[in-house]
Design a binder for this molecule. Sequence first.
Ligand code: NAI
Ligand code: MG
Length: 479
Amino acid sequence: MLIGGKFVEAASGKTFPTYNPATGEVLANVPEGDKADIELAVKAARSAFEKPAWRRMTPSERGKLIWRLGDAVEQHADEFAALESLDNGKAVMMARYGDVALVVDMFRYMAGWATKIEGNTIPLSVPYTPGAEYLAYTLREPVGVVGQIIPWNFPLLMAAWKLGPALAAGCTVVLKVAEQTPLTALRLAELINEVGFPEGVVNVVTGFGETAGAALAAHPDVDKVAFTGSTEVGKLIVKAAAGNLKKLTLELGGKSPNVVYKDADLDIAIPGAADAVFFNHGQACCAGTRLFVEKQIFDKVVDGVSDKAKKIKLGPGLDPSTEMGPLVSDEQLNRVCGYLESGRKDGAKALSGGGRHGNKGYFVEPTVLTNVKPEMKVYQEEIFGPVVVAVPFNDPSEIEPAANDTVYGLAAGVWTKDISKAHATAARLRAGTVWVNCYSIFDAALPFGGYKQSGWGREMGHEVLHNYTETKSVCVKIA
Ligand code: NAI
Ligand code: MG
């Protein structure tokens, strides 16, 4: 682990294994950080926050360091992709041209912001001091020591989404990576040292959620926590943060609607609807898992999506011909298969897939379920596997209530050639992102986050910088 600029073992000396999900074999053992290590990491981050090396570093220098980190990741892109594929299971080409490319771009985008975090000058009127004149302005200062807790579905990318804005704003960080996928963040930690960040600015702790993660969320000297993961743990973090009222941003689950109108171009809507859910094996918070299709084209679309599902080539991530790898862990395999079982019991029908694939590794068949009812678990809950429920609708007026009938509000998709219908639907969906005639399009400049129980705050874009800065108003009497 990286604490205070040094690579260290856990204080307890304990380690834990990380597995290759394609085979179930142990890949490596990593330090099992817990409360004691979080304590050391927060101390290092606090000390780095106060030292001039970081606190007085010019924004330009800070930006250059972040840019250099992007360059360093790019120079090691193939290595990062291989490592991510081994540890997470995703196809290596996806890791290389999706995850790693976005990571590089994210650091570069945020490098540019370091020099552009500005306040305002504000004309005052102050009714109870007639005749007095003031110069008033706002400063945007780093929020301080930030705890960041990230999941396993896009391990390196989630590290970049979190670190980029925190560093651009001048914060210091304790990053707790997911126990399932610690490897790419540890490699990134080496590059963070190599490019020259002062010691303690970024600390990376490997360990479990209930121990290391919980200690970070509750720590009295942490000013802010940014979390991505399950809604269930998001709620625990809200409680843990209450102790010192630390600031919080949360990026949580989803059960995103994907709406195909009868006037859609089905040559793009059908593969688009398949990718919307099968991308990253369905292990994406924004996955389009509730497919609403207008009645006249329902059979054509669901048959098309299930044909796509049947043709997806499953295999180990490192095999270049693999289109879909295994789920991340045996726990996730069991969770997803449990949902498939509950769907079957409730009367849902699998047009494709419906179960585990093979008996080695954590593979699940890409699955399209029909005959689903709103009260079924498979319809309501986030499955986080390659499973979509398809539902016909008779009239566009049904879409607003049906699509919004969920506790989540992360993302949505709309497929139509009618420009008015596209914008009208986008306006009515309670979701942080709406994609029209595309899906899962991410960009460092485009804010991402959730309505309702999908979270608090936004990541990326300039919006995210508000989460990492405090506004200070300075008021000077000049006459
Ligand atoms: P999780 O929410 O338990 O794990 C995410 C991160 O939180 C990990 O780093 C974990 O160590 C940490 N964590 C766990 N318990 C914690 C606690 N009490 N205090 C502080 N940190 C804690 O998610 P898990 O168990 O891996 O997956 C369960 C479900 O969560 C998935 O099936 C999926 O539905 C959802 N999920 C959503 C993600 C998203 O991108 N929004 C990412 C991962 C999971
Ligand atoms: Mg968990």
